[in-house]
Design a protein around this ligand. Structure first.
Ligand SMILES: NC(=O)C1=CN([C@@H]2O[C@H](COP(=O)(O)OP(=O)(O)OC[C@H]3O[C@@H](n4cnc5c(N)ncnc54)[C@H](OP(=O)(O)O)[C@@H]3O)[C@@H](O)[C@H]2O)C=CC1
Ligand SMILES: O=C(O)[C@@H]1CCC=N1
Length: 277
């Protein structure tokens, strides 16, 4: 455990909880975590884990080496402005908010004409809750190698990490892996319903669908062959899979997925514009 790491979550909801679950006891001690959130029930949950928690920012923030902004994008400006007086030169700021660019948050945290420099923007996902997340990260150019390594180590506590170059790429990460678990759950829901429609019971459908998704993704991850080849191996000429894939193709499945991801990416850019005041 890195006893040096003192950490504040600004916003103690779903994603902070997921990140906290991976970090506390591994990368930092519970008593070195400080949470700011307006909701008493949320604060209580964090206190039960041994963290300190408060409804508003205070001097305790200044003792935290890393701040993780984990509020909704719509709340980020207010949260940043309320916390700004407690920044110290050593504070590393990490934001997980969708859309809001590193430059915008840097401006909200800095002085006029002098944006905050030590800032890493990242996009985790909810499998972080079970240590199986993946997080895309980007850093402002002035962020040191040590700060980059610190941010990466933190996110590694809840899964894998991928560095990208800029805000646009982080919006693409958001559309792929940030929102991606929801696409998988939607597909899973559809498979479960399809199984039930064909006469399987809930337990049978759940066991078969979960093992299929997990087995196929593990096979794709371990195989040197591209997914298209693995797909062809399942597809016997004139067989059942070919019949199913013909329906996917007629209905434009791949195009739907790509359009959905484009919509997610566009929404990230839209949020950035709407909230950049
Ligand atoms: N959910 C996901 O899959 C992912 C989410 N994200 C990003 O993570 C961020 C948080 O999402 P999520 O955890 O789902 O959201 P939640 O709503 O679960 O958590 C946000 C928390 O922040 C609190 N809050 C609101 N304003 C402030 C403030 N000024 N200071 C401190 N706390 C405040 C909220 O309180 P209240 O409810 O009272 O407003 C809430 O408890 C978002 O920006 C989202 O884009 C990133 C990756 C994946
Ligand atoms: O839906 C959202 O806006 C957030 C960002 C990625 C996942 N959830």
């Amino acid at each position: 455990m890195d006893s040096e790491l003192t950490l504040s979550f600004i916003g103690g909801g779903n994603m902070a909880t997921a990140l906290g679950a991976g970090l506390i006891g591994k990368r930092c001690a519970a008593q070195d975590v400080h949470v700011i959130d307006p909701t008493e029930a949320v604060l209580q949950q964090w206190r039960q884990k041994g963290a300190s928690a408060a409804a508003a920012p205070g001097a305790q923030l200044s003792a935290c080496r890393v701040w993780v902004f984990a509020v909704k994008p719509q709340h980020l400006k207010a949260a940043a402005q309320a916390c700004r007086p407690f920044l110290t030169p050593g504070t590393l700021v990490v934001s997980i908010a969708a859309g809001i660019t590193s430059g915008t948050l840097a401006r909200w945290l800095g002085e006029p004409g002098r944006p905050w420099q030590r800032l890493v923007r990242c996009m985790p996902n909810t499998p972080a809750l079970i240590g199986a997340g993946i997080t895309g990260l980007m850093a402002l150019p002035a962020v040191s190698d040590d700060d980059r390594a610190l941010a990466q180590q933190m996110l590694r506590a809840v899964g894998e990490t991928v560095w990208v170059d800029d805000d646009a790429a982080l919006d693409a990460v958001t559309a792929l892996s940030g929102s991606g678990p929801a696409y998988v759950f939607l597909f899973l829901e559809a498979m479960l319903q399809g199984g039930r429609d064909l006469g399987l019971n809930d337990e049978q459908a759940r066991k078969l669908a979960l093992a299929t998704l997990s087995g196929a993704t593990q096979l794709a991850a371990l195989s040197p062959e591209p997914p298209a080849t693995l797909r062809e191996r399942v597809t016997s000429k004139g067989g059942t899979t070919a019949a199913a894939l013909a329906v996917f193709q007629q209905r434009g499945f791949a195009g739907i997925v790509q359009q959905a991801m484009r919509a997610a990416c566009d929404r990230a850019a839209e949020l950035a514009q709407e909230l950049d005041a």
